[in-house]
Design a protein around this ligand. Structure first.
Ligand SMILES: [Zn+2]
Length: 84
């Protein structure tokens, strides 16, 4: 169900593979377009107010977490990193 099961629109890296810089080095972050797409998929699947919360056991989907979140960008980072 993970939202990052998509390839990157910018560098064509497939799902589960980190983005690559033009130089060929592995990027430390995902391309912007990939984050936007991951967020769109996550929102379509779980709703606009959902977020991913870290738990002791790993993570879980909180269907109302996004509304309470102080740092909305955490959702993107975590949703992308789940499939790596
Ligand atoms: Zn990329």
């Amino acid at each position: 169900m993970q939202s990052s099961r998509s390839s990157c629109p910018d560098c064509d890296k497939r799902a589960g593979v980190m983005c690559i810089r033009p130089s060929g080095h592995r990027a430390s972050d995902f391309h912007r377009a990939r984050k936007v797409e991951a967020d769109r998929q996550f929102t379509a699947q779980h709703g606009a107010t959902a977020s991913i919360e870290r738990t002791a056991a790993g993570w879980r989907i909180d269907l109302d977490g996004y509304r309470r979140a102080s740092k909305p960008d955490d959702r993107l980072q975590l949703s992308l990193s789940l499939s790596l």
